[in-house]
Each structure stands twice: as C-alpha cells, then as structure tokens.
Design a protein around this ligand. Sequence first.
Ligand code: ARG
Ligand code: GLU
Length: 724
Amino acid sequence: MFSKSKSNYLLIKGLIFIFCNFCNSPANAKEGMWIPATLKAHEKDMRSMGLQIPVEQLYNKDGTGMNNAVVLFGRGCTGEVISPQGLVLTNHHCGYGSVQGLSSTEHDYFADGFFAKNINEELPVNGLTVTFIRRIENVTDRILAGIDNTLKGAIRDSIIARRITAAEKDIKASTKMDAMIKPYFEGNQYWVAIAETYRDIRLVGFPPNGIGAFGGDVENWMWPRHTGDFSMFRIYADADNKPAGYSKNNKPYRADQYFKINAGGYKEGDFTLVYGFPGTTQEYISSYELKQVYNITDPISIDARTRKLDVWTKHMNASRDIFIKYTSKRAGVANGWKKWQGEVLGLKLNNATGKKEQFEKAFQKWADTSKEYPLAKTILPQMKEAASNIDPLITLDQYNKEAVLGIELIQQGAELGKLLNCFRLNLDERALRDTLTKVVNSMDGFFKNYDAATDKDVFMTLMVLYFNKCDETLPPMFESEYKAYGQDMKPWAQDVYSNTLLTSKEKLMSVITKATAADSAAIIRDPAWQLYNAMNDHRKTILPQLSAYYTRMKYLNRLYTQAQMGMNKKKIFYPNANLTLRTTYGQVKGLDPDGPAKYSFQTTLGEAVALDDTTQEIFTVPKKLKELYKKKDYGRWGVNGTMPLAFVASNHTSGGNSGSPVLNAKGELIGTNFDRAYEGTMSDYYFDPNRCRNISVDIRYTLFIVEKFGDAGWLIDEMKIVGK
Ligand code: ARG
Ligand code: GLU
C-alpha cells in the first residue's frame, strides 16, 4: 500500500527502474529467452559474461549447431543428447508418466529404480516422442504481407491460418521434414521451426523416487534442493537414421551432435547457458491482466487444489495400489498448486502490479504524443474498459474448472458424451458396437489409474467449496439435486458413484456389448454424464462473453507489444515463451532472498543424507545410497570427499525447460535444469534478477548415481567426459 508521502520518492524510483528496464545493461542481461537464430545480437554481452565459443557453435544456418543435441521431450519437457548413440538425458519428473505406464506393484520402478544392464534391456515407451529443431527461420513477411494492422478477430485469424498451412506445406516439401509456424511477440512476428520427431524411444535409466523425487512437494520449487531429478532414454531410428515407429529392427540413433560432459565443476559467477523449450510466459501484459492472475485465478486454484490434494494424500498413504495409480496425477496437480503460491508471493514481494501501473503511466505519456504509433494511445484505456466487467466471470469459470471439473468422474463425463455421439451416427448394430468399444478402449488410461472411493471423497470436498463460493450462480441441475438429497453431499455422492458406469471398464463394457442403435438411455441416465452436461450447459452461458474478452485482449496485446517495442527501439526484446526452442544465459549464483540466510549456490549429498527420515517416504534416502555416502564411494565424481548434488544460476527459464541442458562457457554440459526457486517463479510475468534462479542437478551427481547406485557404468563409457 502506498502512503502519500512516500509516493513521489517511489515514482522517481519507479521511473529509474523503468528506464533501466529499457537499456540493455549487463545488470539485467540474464532476463530473456532468445530465439537461437538471433543470438548474434547478444554475442558481445555473452562474451563479457564469460562465453568462450562463437555463437555459431550454438546455432547456425548450416544445421551443424548444438540445437541438434537438444530435443523437445514428450509434449512439454526438454532433453539433451549425451552420446553418439542417441542417449538422452532429461528429468526424473519428465520420465515419470512414461515409467508409470511401465510400472506395476510387481515392477515398482518408483520404489526400486530401473537401470538397463545393456542395450537389450532398454524398455520401449508407447507413445513417447522426441523432436529435434533442425532450423529456425523468420517467415513474418510471408505470413503478414499486406495485412492491415487493425484487422482483427476471425477474419485476420483465418487469413493467417491459411497462409500458415500453405507455407508449412511448401517448407515440408522442400526440406522433407516437419514444419511448424508459430506466432511470436503476440502475433507481430512468425517463425518456422523445421523439425524431426522420433517415435521409438526407450527407457534406459530411472533412479528410485528416494533419489529422483527426493523431497517431494516439500522441496519442490524451493532452494536449497536435494533432488536427483534425472532419467535417461534412448532414441531409436530406422536403417537410414530417420524417425520410425517402434520396431525391434530399429537401431540407436546416430547423433552427429551431442553434448560433451564437463565433470570439472564450476564456481559462483561462472557463465551458464540453458537451451530448451520454455512453455508460456506473459512478460508484456497490462496490470489489468496481471491482477486477474494475482487476485483471482492463482488464489482459486490454490484453494481448490489444497483440498483435493489433502484427500488424495490420505487415500494414497492408506494403499500402495492407490499410491501407484495417483502418484503421477498427484505430481502434476501439486506442481501447479505450489508454483502459484510462490508466484503470488513473488509478485507481492516485488509489487509487480504496482510496477506495471507505473510503467503504464510512462507508456501512456509516450503514446499520447507518438506519431509513429497512432493506435497506441487508446490501447490501455480500451484494456481497462474490457477488463472492468469481466472479473466475476473469470472467478466463476475458475471455480467451474478447478472445483467441478477437478472431480475426475465429472471430467470423464465428456467421454460419455463421445459415446452418445456414436449413437447419432446411424450405424448398423455391429459397426455401432465396434465404434463404442473403440471409445471405451481409449479410456484405458483413465480406468487403470482411477479409484472411485478416492474420487468420491474429492467430490464431497470440492462440491462443498463450489456451493459455498458460487451459490448464486449454480447450474440449475446441481441445485435441484442438492435439494433433492436434503442439502446433504453424502447421499448425493453415494448415489452418483454407485449408479455411474464409469467406476470400472467392465461395468461400462457390459452396457456397450448389449447396445442397440435404438438404445442410448443407459448413458443419458448416467449421473456422471448428467453432471458433466449440466456443467457444460452452465459454462455455455458465460463462455461467449469470456472468449469475446480474450479475443479483444489478444488484439490489444498485439498492438501493445508492438508499441512497447516502438517506444524503446534500443532495447532488444525477447518474445514470450511459446514452447519453441530458446537459449537463456546467466551465471552460477547463490540465492539469499531476505538477508542473512546466505544459501550457497550448491547443495551436496551430505545435506540430503542429513534430511533422511524413514518415517516420511519423500525423505527416505535409499539404503544403498547411504552406504555409498558412508564409504564416500563417489568414484571419479566427488570433490574432496563431498558429492555435489544441485546448483542454482540466474537463467530465465520456465515450465518446459525441465530437463534442459545447462552448459558452461565452452558449451559443455554441467547440469540438467529442473526447477526454479519459490519467490522467483513469478518470472513468467516479471523477472527480478535478485530473486529469480533456475535449479539444476549437478551432472557429477547424475554420473555418480548411474555408475555407483545404478551399476550402469556401461552408459558412462558411451559419453565424452572432459574436465577430469
Ligand atoms: N517444479 C518442477 C517443475 O515444474 C518439478 C516438478 C516435479 N517435482 C514434484 N515434486 N512434483 O516441473
Ligand atoms: N519443473 C519445470 C518443468 O517441468 C521447470 C521449472 C520451471 O518452471 O522453471 O518444466
């Protein structure tokens, strides 16, 4: 809160801040996620911070840069190639879902870990892919030629979509690779990524949760950190080294580019570079939108997920079977839950919305007199007006999504909707049953990992929250049901969960196998479908207004970003993250947010062992690791009797950078990125070099675990180790 006497001083301070934000001073050189094809503009700065190789080694047009050793891992992580035989290093939490698919109570890789003893033991992972970005080119001229700046909405979108499809087709034909064109700078630029996606990926190494997920949600998003968050996979290719579906005839991918590993360590202040795929950031939005995140969406999600996680934890602790079913889902839900708490705290500590408002004052002053950007002066007033009525709807829909659709059974009601659609296709009986069976088979993943008793508890918990917060705008069907059950959640839940077909595949199949074209009644009667359908109808009453708001903001944000760039032509802007390949550079740097703690820049195995607590699963250090620690049996990887574990640096990363290679001044691998520090997670909206840190596993810890814990030294023989 501003007091009057302080406000002049703060205004001046704010203006200095704004000014510094706009000059390219080394003090904030760490902010930014750069398109690799534009790195030349940063070479001088990177060199002044320590880079020792030409930027052309990182990326070049000839296609021989280090980008060829970086992959989009699955749909939302990064991985790096670390041997000529296509060995890929990524995070434990990035491999978690794949390993979950390979695990059972008999093969519990979360408890025991998995390290292949040779290449024949590597396990194929159904559906997993990795994508290389071979080249990146600016295609703005082709996509935006002749399109008026004020053209907006569906007309603009459809012209651009058509041009993108045509351009991608041409580029695919000429390169014989995939081509993906995406908007940058909110649609002011378009770039193409020319890519290859490999589809035969096999699991090679995965430490047990006691290493790879050590500290669990307690340490997640925190520094200091003691998690060995890594796993290893291998890419397989056909006889021509090209992508192919799984086949036992496929061979390990022959990699021209792979990272050398530097096991010589680093010290505070050393140059670092992270290469990877950050997912979403919104650095240039207005205070109006930032306040929606800070005041509405983050707090609601946190509240709903706190309740859901409490229920899940209770059931998971009571049964190993439920633990295995829910562990991957839980990690996902808890990850956002904790990140948003750090984000809200960081935005608050930095007064980020206040700073946005100050910037907006300066912007408006500039815009009022700008001749070059005549549209600029009405942008902020229009945004203000658009945002002024929308908050109640954003609130409501956030509860719809997090509370109601956060109940698995209701969310799965959508699948019942798909079954109903099959009945409308006028198929003969056999074709109908085949089609229905296909839909049910596509739900295997859901059934494998579902526990109805757990979900029923979630239903009772989240519905109470929903009814409390949204009691004036409930879907009519929810209201009448609740009344019919005497305003008691318990009998209502009881009936829903005992009458739905969704509690087991067998139950659902028993209806499907008897279905005739005239008969969809069993599904229409299903309470899960009815609840989902009621929620859907309810959302239809607000979604048009919400989407009109977002469309308008999208248009205004394109102009706003363009104008911000016009206002500061000397500053080099970076595009918001959009899950495309980026580089970010910084330095190894400790973190001491509020004073005397003086956290070091590095943690060690000794510190992890000191946290050992066998009464808590997430803090139980595996026995074998404790023995290695006792004997100081670190092989080549320890340093004077200690084993480095994780470190922090000042690179600007985001979700999606998980698994990213962290390189030293020579472009050699020193670690694998896996997280950010709590108060710094607001860097998706606002980057503060004093608080923002990326957290990485030290490569020496990875090598130690592979060799000494996993007895998989054969993998290390494939790698090229330097610095030792
Ligand atoms: N916070 C990291 C990221 O965003 C790691 C998540 C995995 N760890 C966990 N305890 N859930 O993805
Ligand atoms: N753990 C995150 C991920 O899965 C990366 C950390 C971050 O958001 O910075 O991508």
